[in-house]
Design a protein around this ligand. Structure first.
Ligand code: NAD
Length: 550
């Protein structure tokens, strides 16, 4: 049974007792009168209805970061429960795979409409479970709706059978077909509970797979709500199974049964999953951590760059794999940029209500808060300067921390190279673009990067020299991530495989080539001896090259 968040949060609150609201700290905003509370939204009836879909015989619980209070009692799955969930998914999958591709895709389009019209329900849940600001929760609605529209429209083109050139054109008829992997095991983290649950499952469903999903326990209600909506949109009951529990127990059980593993989470866990999937010879995609760099060139529009840095560094309180944790600024504009960035950062409003209005919400757990505090305190002790923030803010909620800018960070400090996964950015000055690119690339990660310049061509040229799976020019992360027709994923320690675009759905399939030979056999025939056959075929090869046959 897990009850760590509440206990740890209250312990933090005790440690910080007497910490008055700092006069020069970020302002806190209350939600408008009449805003529903977490308790009014997450009712026992709602929890009972949603958790009925979990295969689990034990019990666990989730908590809301806004207060640390218990949010929901949840079933917990044993490895036997996981096996049973896979059994049900396997039984349901063949008839789903036999459903015409266009009908499967149509489920996604209906889901798109349902999601947009019922978004306030899920915004309440995402906020209650993660503590993020409502605007940041809304980004999840937008990205999931985009993926539903994209795969709803494009899955038939991505996955439909395709004719290929045969070994002897016209005489060899070749078709490439895409078969679903079978049952996908999906393991998701807590930071984007809608996007990283249903958002990543949509292409798997469209491709004809069943999914056994293990969301993070703390954010399970959002995934269960999305499942209910998918059933309403027409997904057959058995196709999406949900299991819950401790990652090191339930996660390996999911990997042990899956025909393909879709994982999003830390690099450390990703390596374990890669080892287990490799031992079973099943494929996996791994969307892992990052230490992303933003480059502000001397010709950048500084107002836009400041606004981009605010969103890029502090969206979801920095608990975003593609957020910016390293900010490289051309020294000729650094003072002006940093003055404006720090001033805007100090004015960001913190808030814990289920309404729009707060600029930043809470951290999700005591573990995240501890990492943020360790990184900030160690840097300060080593001589780094705070340009903004730096404080834990229990006056707003037990897990709130101010958006923080650090200057003078040394390579020896943890915050320099380790992923903080919180609202903390380190700033560095550079003299030449060469130096900026080299320093941005000096990391084992390679997830996302951002370049700010008035010269789009120059920005795109620099982007190609950055070692990152996505690079945004004059945007922090949303331009690339939101462009769901194009692949998104990481290099190096940031992972393997891609979500979005053709690759994001093809990964959930196995390619099968069906080749039918007609009229002429592929060997000596019609009285040709071996030597004459070989000469004839060699001539044929030359002719095919001359005729530009591919
Ligand atoms: P985590 O690796 O601790 O947990 C992720 C999921 O894996 C959870 O569901 C967890 O229960 C499960 N898990 C834990 N141990 C496991 C094991 N041994 N076997 C199988 N499953 C296990 O990561 P987290 O702290 O929850 O998430 C934060 C990390 O996720 C950050 O590093 C962040 O950068 C990364 N992330 C990456 C992306 C991306 O798209 N690249 C997106 C979001 C988050």
């Amino acid at each position: 049974m897990t009850d760590s968040r509440a206990g740890q949060a209250s312990q933090t609150a005790i440690e910080d007792a007497g910490n008055a609201f700092p006069e020069d700290g970020n302002p806190a905003v209350a939600p408008p009168p009449g805003t529903r509370t977490v308790a009014e939204v997450v009712t026992p009836e709602l929890v009972a209805r949603l958790t009925g879909a979990v295969t689990g015989s034990g019990s666990t619980a989730s908590h809301t970061p806004f207060t640390g209070a218990r949010l929901a009692a949840l079933p917990e799955s044993t490895p036997e429960d996981v096996a049973a969930a896979f059994g049900r998914a396997r039984a349901a999958q063949p008839s789903w795979a036999a459903t015409p591709l266009r009908e499967r895709a149509a489920v996604l389009l209906r889901f798109h409409d349902l999601l947009l019209s019922r978004q306030s329900e899920v915004l309440d849940l995402v906020q209650s479970e993660t503590g993020k600001a409502r605007l940041h929760a809304h980004e999840e609605v937008l990205s999931v709706a985009s993926a539903a529209r994209h795969y709803g429209r494009k899955a038939p083109a991505y996955l439909g059978a395709r004719r290929r050139t045969g070994v002897i054109p016209l005489l060899t008829r070749v078709t490439e077909v895409r078969r679903p992997c079978g049952v996908v095991g999906q393991i998701a983290p807590w930071n984007y509970p809608l996007e990283l649950s249903v958002g990543d499952a949509l292409p798997a469903f469209a491709a004809g797979n069943a999914v056994v999903m293990k969301p993070d326990t703390e954010t399970a209600l959002t995934a269960l709500w999305a499942r209910e909506l998918m059933l309403e949109a027409g997904l057959p009951e058995g196709i999406w199974q949900v299991v819950l529990g401790e990652g090191p127990v339930v996660g390996p059980a999911v990997v042990a049964h899956a025909d393909y593993v879709s994982f999003t989470g830390s690099t450390r866990t990703g390596r374990e999953i890669a080892r287990s999937a490799g031992a079973r010879l099943v494929g996996c995609s791994l969307e892992l951590g990052g230490k992303n760099a933003m480059l502000v060139l001397r010709d950048a529009d500084l107002d836009r760059a400041v606004a981009g840095a605010i969103r890029g560094c502090f969206a979801s309180a920095g608990q975003l794999c593609i957020s910016m944790e390293r900010l490289y600024v051309d020294e000729s504009v650094a003072e002006e940029f940093l003055d404006r960035f720090a001033e805007r950062t100090r004015g960001l409003r913190l808030g814990a209500g289920l309404a729009y209005g707060a600029d930043m919400g809470s951290l999700v757990s005591e573990r995240q808060l501890a990492t943020v505090r360790r990184h900030v305190e160690e840097a300060r002790a080593g001589g780094a300067r705070l340009l903004a923030g730096g404080r834990h803010r229990p006056d707003v909620g037990p897990l709130f921390h101010e958006p923080t800018i650090l200057d003078g960070v040394e390579e020896s400090m943890a915050v320099h190279a380790e992923e903080t996964f919180g609202p903390v950015v380190s700033v560095y000055r550079f003299r030449t673009e060469e130096e900026a690119v080299e320093r941005a690339n000096a990391t084992a990660y390679g997830l996302n990067a951002s370049v700010w310049t008035r010269d789009g061509r120059r920005g795109r040229a620099i982007a190609e020299r950055l070692r990152a799976g996505t690079v945004n020019v004059n945007e922090s992360y949303a331009a690339a991530y939101g462009s769901v027709a194009a692949p998104m994923g990481g290099l190096g320690d940031s992972g393997l495989g891609r979500r979005h675009g053709r690759e994001g759905i093809a990964k959930y399939t196995e390619a099968q080539t069906v080749a039918q030979q007609r009229l002429l056999p592929l060997g000596p025939a019609f009285g040709l001896d071996d030597a004459r056959y070989a000469r004839l075929m060699s001539r044929g090869m030359r002719a095919m090259k001359a005729l530009r046959i591919r």
